[in-house]
Design a protein around this ligand. Structure first.
Ligand code: ATP
Length: 560
C-alpha cells in the first residue's frame, strides 16, 4: 500500500509550486481580513491619510494576491496530480498485464474494473486533498498564531488552545461517526460494480431461469449498503463542520475576553490591534476546517490504495512466465529470433506438464509431440484432460515442466512475446471486440489493406457472408453477439492467418457449431494451413479424416 501511495504522490519539484501557491493564498486570506479590520478601525480614529496608505495598499495586494495564488495553486497542484495519475495508471496496468490471462481467472471483472478506474482515481486525492491541505493548514496556523501572539501574547495562546481543542473534538466525533463508512466506501463501490456487471452480462440466463428478481434484489441491497455508507460519511462531515463553527465562535468570544482588559491594561493594546486579535480566529478556523476533512479523505484514500495494492501483485506467480526475465537486457526484443529461431521453426515437446496458478496438481502432464512446418497434428483426449491448458502453455501464458523447444531452443530462454510471434492460438471461445469486422481483423496485421482483409475472409469461407452483412464495416456486436459461433471461429481463424503464425494452435473450433458445419470448418482450417506450409495443432473432440492430418496425439485422462 505504501508503494501505491508513493506512486500517487508527485515528485517534490512538481508538487512544490502548487504547495507554495496554496500557502501564500491562505496566508493572504488571513492577512486580508487582518489588514482590512485594522484599516477600518484605524480609519474610524480619523488619522492623517498617510498613516492609512500602507494598509490600503496591503488590503488591495492581499485581495488580488489571494485570488491569483488560489488560481495558480489549482493549476499547479492539479497539473502535478493528473500527470502523476497517468504514470500511476500505466504503472499499475503494466504490473497486472503479466498476470493476464492465466492469473486473473479468480478475479471479479467488475471489482477489478472498479479498482483500476475508481480507486485509482481516488488516489489523486492523496496529493490534492490530503497532503496539500495538511501542509497548507499547518504552515498557516503556525504563522497566524505567532502573528496574533505578537499583537497580544494571551490572545495567541487562547487561539492555539481553541484550535487544539476544536481539532481534537472534530476529529474524534467525525472518526466515531464516519471512519468506518469512509473505509467501506471503496469496497462497497467495487461490490456494486461487480453486481451490476454480473446482472448486465447474464441478463439472458437470469431471465431464462426466472432468477432475475432475486439477483436484482441482491443488486439493490449492494446499492443500499453503499448509499448508507455515503450518508454516514456525510453526517460525519456535517457534524465536524458544526463543531468547527461552534469553536470559531468560542475562539472569538475568548479573544474578546482577553482583548478587552488588554485595551486598558499595561499591555496597551490599540483599538485596531484589538479588532485584529478578535477577527483573525474567524479566518483561521475557516482554513483549519481543512484538517479534519483531509483526515477523512485520508481514510478513503488509504482504503482505495489498499485495494489497488491487492489488485497489483508484488510478484508474478511462478506458474506464469515472467515477460521480461528472459528478454536480453541490451539487445532488441527481436534479436533472438534472428539468431536462434527461424521464421518457420520446428516445435518439439518432451514430457511437458503445466499447472494453473494456485493449483497444487498439474492440469496436464507427459505430453510429447513434434510439429515441423506443414505438419497437421490432431490432439484429442477426454474433457478436462488438459488440452486447453497445453494450448495456453504453448503460447507461454503458463510456464511448463519438461522440455518445449523451438528449433532446438528451449522456450523458457526466449521472451514469451517472441514465442507468440511464431506460435499463435485460436481460442475455444474467440474474443471478438464490439467493433467492425475490419477492426477485428486489422489488429492482427495493422498494415493490411481492405483487399487483404477481403481475401482472407474469402479464404475462411466468410466472403459472401461479409458482403451480405455490408462488408468490412459490419459490426460483430459485444463479444460477437451478432455472429454465430461458427462465424466467430472463422473470424478468429482469419485473424490468425493475417498474423501469419508459423505454428497455429486451434482449440476446439467445432465446439459451437453443428457436426456438418464442424467438418467443413476443420477441413477449411487444415487445407488453408497445408496451402501455406503452416504447422497446425488441432485440438478437437470430433474425429478428423486421415487425409487431413499427418499425426494424432491423445492426451491421457485428467491428471490427478
Ligand atoms: N483458468 C484456470 N484456472 C485454474 N484451473 C483451470 C483453469 N482452466 C482450466 N483449469 C483446470 O485445468 C484442468 C484441465 O482443463 P482444460 O480446460 O485444460 O481441459 P480440456 O482437456 O481442454 O477440457 P475440455 O475438452 O472440456 O475443453 C481442469 O481440471 C480445469 O478445471
Amino acid at each position: 500500500m505504501r508503494a501505491v501511495l508513493r506512486l500517487a504522490q508527485p515528485p517534490a519539484r512538481r508538487f512544490a509550486p502548487g504547495l507554495a501557491a496554496g500557502v501564500l493564498s491562505a496566508v493572504f486570506a488571513v492577512a486580508l481580513l487582518a489588514s482590512s479590520a485594522w484599516l477600518i478601525t484605524r480609519a474610524a480614529e480619523q488619522p492623517p491619510v498617510m498613516f492609512l496608505s500602507m494598509a490600503v495598499v496591503g488590503v488591495r495586494a492581499f485581495a488580488l494576491g489571494r485570488s491569483a495564488f488560489r488560481y495558480l495553486e489549482r493549476l499547479a497542484s492539479h497539473d502535478a496530480a493528473f500527470r502523476q495519475l497517468a504514470d500511476l495508471r500505466v504503472g499499475i496496468f503494466s504490473r497486472i498485464l503479466p498476470l493476464s490471462p492465466a492469473g486473473l481467472g479468480g478475479t471479479s471483472r467488475g471489482d477489478l474494473l472498479s479498482r483500476l478506474v475508481r480507486d485509482v482515481d481516488d488516489l489523486q486525492d492523496f496529493p490534492l486533498r490530503v497532503v496539500q491541505p495538511l501542509a497548507t493548514a499547518g504552515i498557516l496556523l503556525s504563522v497566524s498564531v505567532v502573528g496574533v501572539w505578537l499583537v497580544l501574547p494571551a490572545a495567541g495562546v487562547t487561539l492555539a488552545l481553541a484550535l487544539l481543542v476544536a481539532g481534537l473534538i472534530a476529529t474524534v466525533t467525525s472518526s466515531a461517526l464516519s471512519a468506518r463508512s469512509e473505509r467501506q466506501l471503496a469496497p462497497l463501490r467495487g461490490a456494486l460494480a461487480g453486481e451490476v456487471l454480473e446482472v448486465v452480462e447474464n441478463l439472458d440466463v437470469l431471465s431464462a431461469f426466472g432468477a432475475l428478481d432475486a439477483r436484482l434484489a441482491t443488486l439493490a441491497a449492494a446499492d443500499d449498503r453503499l448509499r448508507r455508507a455515503s450518508l454516514r460519511r456525510s453526517l460525519g462531515v456535517g457534524v465536524q463542520g458544526a463543531v468547527l463553527s461552534l469553536f470559531a465562535g468560542l475562539a472569538t468570544v475568548a479573544a474578546l475576553q482577553v482583548g478587552i482588559p488588554a485595551l486598558s491594561g499595561p499591555a496597551g493594546l490599540s483599538g485596531p490591534g484589538f479588532v485584529v486579535v478578535v477577527l483573525v480566529p474567524m479566518a483561521v478556523f475557516e482554513v483549519f476546517g481543512m484538517i479534519p476533512l483531509a483526515l477523512g479523505v485520508w481514510r478513503q484514500v488509504r482504503s482505495s490504495a489498499a485495494r489497488v495494492a491487492t489488485a497489483v501483485p508484488t510478484s508474478v506467480p511462478t506458474e506464469i512466465p515472467a515477460e521480461s526475465v528472459t528478454e536480453p537486457t541490451d539487445a532488441p526484443a527481436d534479436a533472438m529470433s534472428t539468431t536462434s529461431v527461424s521464421a518457420h521453426p520446428v516445435l518439439e515437446l518432451t514430457d511437458v506438464g503445466a499447472r494453473w496458478p494456485g493449483s497444487v496438481t498439474p492440469a496436464v502432464t507427459g505430453i510429447t509431440l513434434r510439429l515441423a512446418p506443414g505438419d497437421r497434428v490432431h490432439l484429442a483426449g477426454p474433457s478436462g484432460a488438459g488440452k486447453t491448458t497445453l494450448a495456453q502453455t504453448l503460447v507461454r501464458f503458463l510456464d511448463y515442466t519438461g522440455s518445449y523447444r523451438l528449433d532446438g531452443v528451449e522456450a523458457r530462454t526466449l521472451a514469451p512475446a517472441e514465442v507468440r510471434r511464431r506460435v499463435g492460438l485460436c481460442e475455444q471461445r474467440p474474443w471478438l471486440f464490439d467493433d467492425s469486422i475490419r477492426q477485428n481483423l486489422l489488429f492482427a496485421r495493422t498494415t493490411a489493406t481492405d483487399d487483404d482483409l477481403e481475401a482472407v475472409l474469402a479464404r475462411v469461407g466468410l466472403g459472401e457472408w461479409a458482403a451480405k452483412r455490408g462488408g468490412l464495416d459490419a459490426r460483430v456486436g459485444e463479444r460477437g453477439a451478432l455472429v454465430s459461433g461458427g462465424q466467430a471461429q472463422r473470424i478468429a481463424l482469419a485473424r490468425a492467418l493475417l498474423a501469419d503464425f508459423a505454428v497455429l494452435i486451434v482449440d476446439e473450433p467445432t465446439a459451437n457449431v453443428d457436426e456438418a458445419q464442424g467438418d467443413v470448418l476443420v477441413r477449411d482450417i487444415l487445407v488453408t494451413a497445408a496451402e501455406d506450409g503452416r504447422a497446425v495443432l488441432l485440438i478437437s473432440h470430433t474425429p478428423v479424416p486421415d487425409d487431413l492430418i499427418t499425426a494424432r496425439v491423445v492426451v491421457p485422462g485428467p491428471a490427478r
